[in-house]
Design a protein around this ligand. Structure first.
Ligand code: TXE
Length: 484
C-alpha cells in the first residue's frame, strides 16, 4: 500500500514529528479508509510549543498593529490563492461536499483573517477625566499564550475564527484541531510561514483531546483558552481551567428551534429550513434541528419540506453536484443511527430518510453516508427533541399559538441559535426577545456579520466570540490612573 501522507506538527516555525514518533490513521469519511496520518502527540510536544510561543511573545506583542495586520492580510490572500487546494483538502477530510467547502468554509476562513487584520487598526480605547484630580485610561494588552481547540465540523473556518483575533492583538498561540480533521490546519501552517508569520507565533500540535487538548488546557503558561466542541468536553475544559484562573470561551452544542408561523413567506421558510436542517449533513452547531410549524400551515409545510428535502443530491463529496456528503466518522454515523432508532421508540414517524443511501459509487461504497431524515409525531420533550444529534436529522412539530411555541423553544438545556419565520414585524420582535438563544435569525439562517457577538446561553457555552467581543476576550484591560 502506498505510504500515507504524514501531517506534521508546526512548532517554532518548523514542521516536526511528534516526539513519541506515533501517528494515527486519518480516515476519509467518504471511503471509510485511511488516506493520511496525523501525529499522535502528547504533553511533551505541547511543552515544546509553549516554549516556542513564550519565546515569540515579547517581539510579537510589541510589534506595531500595522505589521501584524499586514501579515494576517497576506495569510488571507494566500488562502484565497490556494482556495481550490484547501477546499478539496477540507472536503476529503470532513466528507462535506467540495462545493460547500469552496463556497463557504474556506472563503470564510480567509475573511476571518481579513476581518481581524483590519479590526485591530481601528480599535478605540476608553479614557476618563476624573473630576480635576486624575486622568484614567484603559490599556488593552495581549494576555500571553492562547490555547485554541477546535472541532471537526468546520475545521478551518472555526480554527481561523480563533487564531485570527488571538494573534492579531499580539498573543501567541497553540492550536489543536480535531484529530478527525487535521489537514487544512496543516495547510494553514504552510501558508502562515509563506506569509512571513514569525516563528512561534502560531504553533499547531495535532493529536487527541486527552493527550494534547488536556495538556494545553492544564498548562500553567497558557493563560487563555478558546474551545469549540461538544458540551460534555466543554465541561472538562472548564474544570481544567478553573483552578488556574484562566480566561475561557466555550462554544458548545445546540438543539436549535426553527419556528415557522402560518403568515410566513412559506417558499422562503421552506427553502431556508431545508438549508438550516441539512447543511453540512446537519453537522453545524447552528442547524435548526427542531422545526415548529403553526398548525394551520403544518400539513402544507411538511409536504413541501419533504418534497424539497427529497431533491437534495447525496453523493461523492468530490462531485461538484453533491449537496449531501458523508458523515464525519463511523462514531458520528452510529450516533445518528442511534437517535433515529430512539425517535421511533419514542413514538416518532420517519417521514423521510432514516437509513443509508444506496452505494454512491465504487470509491464510496464503504463511506459513512446517511439520508436526510425527517421525523414527525414526537412529543416535544422527548430525548430526540432535547439531545444534540449533530447529523442530518430534524423533527417537525405543530404548535397552536405564540406562547406555546416560545415555551417549546425555550424548554431545552441548550441556547445557541434560533430562526423565526413570520411577516408580522411586531411578532418577530416579540418572539425574538423571548427566545433564550445567543442568536435569533428572523426570515433567514446563518447570515453572519463578524462584528456581532456570537455564542450561546445555557449549555451552549460561555462567552462570546466575534468582532469587538473577540478582541476583548483575547486582551487584558489595564486601568492606568494619572494624578493631575
Ligand atoms: O467534539 P469534542 P467531537 C458536538 C456534537 C458531537 C459531539 C462530539 O454533538 O457529536 O460534540 O464531537 C478536543 N480537553 N459538537 O468529538 O469531543 C478534541 O480533540 C481538551 C458540537 O468533535 O468536544 C477536538 O479537537 N480538548 C460542536 C475538540 O476538543 C479536548 C462541533 C472537540 O472535540 C478534550 C463539534 C479534553 N479533555 C461537535 N477532549 C459545535 N458546537 O460546533 C476532546 N478535546
Amino acid at each position: 500500500m502506498a505510504e500515507l501522507e504524514r501531517i506534521e506538527n508546526f512548532i517554532d516555525g518548523k514542521f516536526v514529528d511528534p516526539l513519541g514518533g506515533k501517528y494515527l490513521d486519518n480516515i476519509e469519511p467518504a471511503t471509510g479508509k485511511p488516506y493520511s496520518q496525523v501525529p499522535d502527540s502528547d504533553a511533551r510536544d505541547v511543552d515544546l510549543a509553549v516554549a516556542a510561543a513564550e519565546k515569540a511573545f515579547e517581539e510579537w506583542s510589541r510589534a506595531p498593529a500595522t505589521d501584524r495586520s499586514r501579515i494576517l492580510l497576506r495569510i488571507a490572500d494566500l488562502i484565497e490563492r490556494d482556495l481550490e487546494q484547501v477546499a478539496r483538502a477540507e472536503s476529503i477530510d470532513t466528507g462535506k461536499p467540495l462545493s460547500l467547502a469552496r463556497s463557504l468554509d474556506i472563503p470564510r476562513a480567509a475573511s476571518n483573517f481579513r476581518f481581524f487584520a483590519t479590526a485591530i487598526l481601528h480599535t478605540e480605547s476608553e479614557a476618563h477625566i476624573t473630576d480635576n484630580v486624575a486622568f484614567n485610561y484603559t490599556l488593552r494588552q495581549p494576555r500571553g499564550i492562547a490555547g485554541l481547540i477546535s472541532p471537526w465540523n468546520l475545521p478551518l473556518y472555526l480554527l481561523s475564527w480563533k487564531i485570527a483575533p488571538a494573534i492579531a492583538v499580539g498573543n501567541t498561540a497553540i492550536a489543536k484541531p480535531s484529530e478527525l480533521t487535521p489537514m487544512t490546519s496543516f495547510l494553514l501552517c504552510k501558508i502562515a510561514r509563506e506569509a512571513g508569520l514569525p516563528n512561534g507565533v502560531l504553533n499547531i500540535v495535532h493529536g487527541t483531546g486527552p493527550k494534547v487538548g488536556a495538556p494545553i488546557t492544564a498548562h500553567p503558561k497558557v493563560t487563555t483558552i478558546s474551545f469549540t466542541g461538544g458540551t460534555a468536553t466543554g465541561k472538562k475544559v472548564a474544570e481544567a481551567c478553573a483552578p488556574l484562573f484562566k480566561k475561557v470561551s466555550l462554544e458548545l452544542g445546540g438543539k436549535n428551534p426553527n419556528i415557522v408561523f402560518a403568515d410566513a413567506d412559506l417558499d422562503a421558510a421552506i427553502a431556508g429550513s431545508v438549508r438550516s436542517s441539512f447543511a453540512n449533513q446537519g453537522q453545524v452547531c447552528l442547524c435548526g434541528s427542531r422545526v415548529f410549524v403553526e398548525r394551520s400551515a403544518y400539513n402544507d409545510f411538511v409536504n413541501r419540506f419533504l418534497d424539497k428535502t427529497s431533491q437534495l443530491r447525496s453523493g461523492d463529496p468530490l462531485d461538484d453536484k453533491t449537496e449531501q456528503g458523508a458523515i464525519v466518522s463511523k462514531t458520528q454515523l452510529d450516533k445518528v443511527m442511534f437517535y433515529v432508532d430512539l425517535a421511533q421508540k419514542e413514538g416518532g414517524r420517519i417521514a423521510l430518510g432514516g437509513n443509508a443511501p444506496e452505494p454512491i459509487n465504487n470509491r464510496c461504497r464503504d463511506g459513512y453516508f446517511f439520508k436526510p431524515t425527517v421525523i414527525t409525531g414526537l412529543p416535544v420533550s422527548c430525548r430526540t427533541n432535547r439531545e444534540e444529534i449533530f447529523g442530518p436529522v430534524v423533527t417537525i412539530t405543530p404548535f397552536d399559538n405564540e406562547e406555546e411555541v416560545i415555551g417549546y423553544a425555550n424548554d431545552c438545556e441548550y441556547g445557541l441559535a434560533s430562526s423565526v419565520w413570520t411577516q408580522n414585524l411586531n411578532r418577530a420582535h416579540r418572539v425574538a426577545e423571548r427566545i433564550n438563544t445567543g442568536t435569533v435569525w428572523v426570515n433567514c439562517w446563518l447570515v453572519r456579520d463578524l462584528r456581532v457577538p456570537f455564542g450561546g446561553m445555557k449549555q451552549s457555552g460561555v462567552g462570546r466570540e466575534g468582532g469587538e467581543e473577540a478582541l476583548r476576550f483575547f486582551t487584558e484591560p489595564k486601568n492606568i490612573c494619572i494624578a493631575k
